[in-house]
Design a protein. Structure first.
Length: 396
């Protein structure tokens, strides 16, 4: 009698635990379930179950972002299906309908989609090649709702050469007729493979992208450890923007194909007494929402500047002012003393305890205005920006 009771209890447990899964997963393992915004879900693509369906509700005009991080050998592919079962957007083509290179195994697929009309839609998570594909593995999927008014002005991802890369940050500045070149060096760790997108000048005279280390090879990077950029390293990229009239308007986009952390160094800035301050506008990339980004103003060479960073009062946010990072009013901003890089051709950009910094963790893609100035309004000199940030793994 006691053995029969144990069997009955075990059957009840199996019905409770197995029955809940069976509601949303058929005998072959196909998932057809609801996905909530900002709540990661997971699944597995096999030969018996080559796609899963995740349904969601959206309003007309919403802009949603879908990210699918693959693992265990899976090459991810995302589609969005309307109520009629038509696939109306996918990661196989870009906005112009041009074919995109297929995702590699264990990479992240990203899809931005503007909802045409209110109703239910479905995300189809599958593999490159679909029926003809050969990869299998697991994945994590997340759905986010983005600001429809601002997201269009910043690419979620873009093509850099033959690669698709995801935006981690965008900087916009108008330095005027500066004859100095602006030099951008980006170094990655933990897998970050940097790309630098640049649009500058009247009528977008410059519209280029660099994802190779030419110009950064041989640089000595002083960060968590000291390291030298090796030839053909995928973890460094460099770009030089020519001086003169081309610099009237610059949009600089930092991006990566893979998750990880980065340090970016931008040189070419000069502050003159009549300018009083420079302004840059910073936006976090949609794929990096909620991650921390730190921006430092670093005095160069014989410059007489005493760097100060100010974020003016915006809405409910009070003005933030930082003189010496790691001290006094900005003690919660880590000091940049001793960090930076020595370029292979000689110049060095190394922070000191007197350099200013700001710590940002934006949860939307709105522009943040940052003013760069000096405690002495009559001082002048050159300075650089050093930026730290990351592209997180999905679900982090």
């Amino acid at each position: 009698m006691k053995n029969w009771l144990i069997v009955v209890i075990l059957l009840i447990i199996l019905l409770i635990t197995g029955g809940a899964a069976a509601q949303n997963q058929d005998d072959e393992g196909l998932i057809d379930d609801i996905i909530a915004y900002d709540q990661p879900v997971s699944g597995t693509i096999t030969e018996a179950a080559i796609f899963d369906v995740w349904r969601f509700q959206a309003n007309a005009g919403d802009v949603v972002l879908v990210q699918m991080q693959a693992a265990d050998g899976l090459a991810p592919l995302i589609g969005i299906r309307d109520r009629s079962g038509n696939v109306i957007s996918s990661t196989e083509v870009d906005y112009a309908g041009e074919p995109l290179p297929p995702a590699e195994p264990n990479s992240m697929a990203t899809l931005e989609f503007r909802v045409p009309q209110a109703g239910e839609y479905a995300i189809v998570a599958t593999r490159v090649g679909r029926l003809d594909g050969t990869t299998q593995g697991s994945y994590t999927l997340i759905l986010r709702r983005l600001d429809s008014q601002t997201i269009n002005r910043q690419a979620v991802e873009f093509r850099c050469g033959t690669q698709l890369v995801r935006t981690v940050a965008t900087l916009e500045f108008t330095p005027g007729l500066n004859e100095e070149d602006f030099r951008v060096q980006v170094y990655g760790i933990d897998g970050f493979e940097p790309a630098i997108g640049v649009v500058a000048g009247l009528n977008r005279a410059v519209n280029e992208c660099a994802a190779d280390p030419a110009g950064a090879e041989g640089d000595t990077v002083i960060w968590e450890t000291e390291m030298t950029v090796e030839p053909e390293s995928p973890h460094a990229a460099a770009f030089t923007i020519g001086g003169g009239e081309l610099l009237q308007d610059v949009t600089l986009t930092l991006a990566s194909r893979t998750p990880g952390r980065y340090m970016a160094i931008i040189t070419g800035f000069t502050l003159l007494p009549q300018d009083r301050d420079d302004q840059i506008m910073v936006r976090i990339g949609p794929s990096a929402l909620g991650t921390e980004m730190r921006i430092y103003m670093v005095k160069l060479g014989s410059s007489r500047l005493d760097p100060v960073i100010v974020i003016p009062e915006q809405g409910d946010e009070l003005e933030f002012r930082c003189d010496d990072a790691g001290r006094f009013a900005c003690a919660d901003v880590p000091s940049i003393a001793g960090l930076g890089a020595v370029f292979a051709d000689g110049p060095a950009v190394i922070g000191s305890r007197l350099d200013a910094g700001v710590r940002l963790q934006p949860d939307d893609v709105e522009r943040i205005v940052i003013e760069l100035t000096s405690t002495n309004p009559n001082a002048s000199g050159d300075y650089a920006l050093i930026i730290f940030g990351e592209l997180p793994q999905i679900g982090e």
